[in-house]
Design a protein around this ligand. Sequence first.
Ligand code: CO
Length: 188
Amino acid sequence: MAKLEIITYPNPILKKMSTKLDEVTDEIAILGQDMLETMYDAPGVGLAAPQIGKNIRMLVIDTRSKDEQGNFTTEDMTELEQAIPFPLILINPVITKKEGKIKWEEGCLSVPGYTEQVERFAYVEVEALNEKGEKLFLKADSLTGVCIQHEIDHLDGKIFIERLSMVRRNRITKQIKKYGYDDTTAEA
Ligand code: CO
C-alpha cells in the first residue's frame, strides 16, 4: 500500500467531471487500498479519486469511529449504517433514490481548516461496483449518507463550499485567498 498526495482547492482537477470506469482491474483495486490508506492517515472519513489527482468515478468511505482500544466500532451508528460493509471502495457510484433533508457540518480534505453546515438528502440509496467488480446496493443515512453525497459531488467536479449560500461561500474563498490553508489562521 502507498500513501498518495491529496490535492487542494482551487486545483482545477477538482473542478473536472470524472469519467466512468469501463472495468475494475487489479490496478483499480490497489488504487482503492491506497486511497483508503491515504484517507485513514489524513485522517478523514471519505476520499474521492479527483482528490488524489485522478478524474475517475471512484471513491472510498469509512465513517466508523474507533473505541478506546483503537478498534473500529459501529455502536454509535444508525441501523442502516451498521448494515454497510465498511470500508467501502465504490466504483461508478450512482444515487438511485434520495429522500428528506438533513443539515450536517462538513469539511473536506481538499479544503483543510474549514467546516460549514451543508444541506443534503437525509436518506440515499446507491448502486456501485466494489473493488472486485461486484454490484453493491447501499441504503445510507446520517453521516454515511452525507459522506456519499459529498464524495459523489467530487466526481461531478463540485466541492462542498459550492453548496453554500453566496455570502458564506464568498467568506470562505476570501479567507482561503488571504490565509491559504493554515489551520491556525483559518479559524480567524
Ligand atoms: Co471532500
